[in-house]
Design a protein around this ligand. Structure first.
Ligand SMILES: [Zn+2]
Length: 431
């Protein structure tokens, strides 16, 4: 088992907690210098000097996604504008973008977090990496790129898409590591096979670092097998991150027992969204994160809206930092169907358990006589025969998992859309 910064990664938990509190206090004082946080803190009757013991962290007011959007572009800046060297933001397809700006030191922290993740996931100096997360305004591509270089891997910055070229480069350069969204990884496996290239026999892919969207265990399992990661002695690692915390920052390690979040840079709380109390360890709750190290735009107590299970126990790999061990769903992805909350990941979980079905599916949300309807459209796996009984059983299974009726329609192979970036799984046809 290798480490990038072993002393930090295996720091005893009591020392980590002490360090976190010290850094949290400094960060609270730092952000209090910005008009936004001064107003927010003052209104809540909180002053950074009130942070005397760990429990006082709970007195610090939350920050929300709307705060970053409402104060776009630089309203949440706490550092000096002169020190900013990079600007990223979400695509803002649903409205105003969510911005994040970085100083040189911020980029260094980010790069080192990613380097830790890659080494923890099994990356070695000498690996040839095709980096297929989008390079652009989105944080993913650059976060991956600089972290990979920092480890000493050979990076081919393809960005997303161009599957013909991706496949050719994999053969020409003997690519050992592939990155990009899980949907794109699944598509690449299908694309290669269609062109007569079997990734297990004809390619050398050993590791996949895939993020940008939730990925069920079932999908990870399929990618592991189809792209040959497992056959070549490695595996797929999931990645989690968010623009508000700087971008992609956490990943699975080789033990694959959860996604590590670096506690010396990020404070993790898991709260009951109703009572705002800490949940009992092992129970799902809303992930609330504080950035302890950034200078330019650090956010404290950010309500991510993501429903997760976190383990604070030391991992089998020896790292002492918390891990996301269960991902229930992103609130942004949640759909309200006649009063029932549905996460697309729940649908994927049921569908991909069946080897007769492919990874190409989508969920149609419709409306009939004022009632909301659900229909899962999915293509069969190559060569699979699907009869009416199978469909009827699948509908029953979806009903019991979603607590909502969901029709199933088997579509001919090749008729549903494929994705090179984030997949769009939900088509909402309601008025
Ligand atoms: Zn681990």
């Amino acid at each position: 088992m290798s480490f990038f910064e072993q002393n930090w990664e295996t720091m005893p938990q009591d020392q980590l907690r002490e360090l976190q509190f010290k850094k949290f206090k400094m960060q609270a004082r730092h952000v209090y210098g910005s008009p936004f946080f001064k107003k927010r803190f003052d209104e809540a009757g909180f002053h950074p000097d009130d942070l005397r013991a760990w429990e006082d962290i709970k007195k610090v007011p939350f920050t929300y996604k709307t705060d970053l959007r409402d104060n776009y572009p630089t309203g949440l800046l706490s550092g000096k504008w002169d020190d900013v060297v990079r600007i990223h933001m979400t695509s803002g397809t649903t409205g105003v973008p969510t911005p994040m700006v970085y100083t040189k030191n911020d980029l260094d922290v980010w790069r080192r977090c990613m380097a830790r993740n890659f080494i923890a996931g099994g990356l070695q100096k000498g690996d040839v990496v095709q980096q297929a997360h989008g390079l652009g305004l989105f944080t993913g591509g650059f976060g991956f790129h600089y972290g990979l270089e920092h480890v000493g891997a050979k990076v081919i910055p393809t960005g997303a898409g161009g599957s013909d070229r991706q496949l050719r480069l994999m053969q020409e350069w003997g690519t050992t590591v592939f990155t990009g969204t899980p949907s794109y990884a699944a598509y690449m496996a299908e694309f290669a096979l269609e062109r007569g290239i079997d990734p297990v026999k004809d390619l050398k892919l050993r590791l996949g670092f895939h993020g940008g969207e939730p990925c069920s265990d079932e999908l990870r399992e399929r990618i592991d097998n189809r792209l040959g990661y497992r056959a070549h002695g490695g595996g797929m690692r999931r990645c989690y991150g968010l623009t508000e915390m700087g971008g992609p920052i956490s990943m699975d390690c080789e033990a694959v027992t959860g996604i590590h979040i670096w506690a010396d840079h990020y404070l993790v709380e898991v709260l009951d969204p109703e009572t705002l109390d800490d949940v009992v360890p092992g129970k799902p709750g809303e992930l609330v994160m504080s950035n302890l190290s950034f200078e330019a735009m650090p956010i404290l107590r950010y309500r991510t809206g993501d429903k997760v299970v976190v383990s604070f126990d030391t991992c089998a790999c020896g790292r002492t930092h918390p891990r996301i061990t269960g991902f229930v769903g992103r609130v942004d992805d949640m759909i309200l169907v006649s009063g029932t909350n549905i996460f697309p990941s729940q649908v994927e979980y049921v569908l991909l358990k069946h080897p007769e079905l492919s990874e190409n599916w989508r969920l149609i949300v419709g409306e009939e006589k004022g009632l909301h309807t659900l229909k899962a459209e999915i293509e069969p796996a190559a060569g699979a025969q699907i009869d009416e009984r199978f469909v009827a059983n699948l509908e029953k299974e979806l009903h019991s998992n979603l607590e909502k009726k969901c029709a199933v329609e088997i579509k001919p192979v090749g008729t549903l859309p494929r994705f090179e970036g984030k997949a769009v799984r939900v088509v909402d046809q309601r008025n």
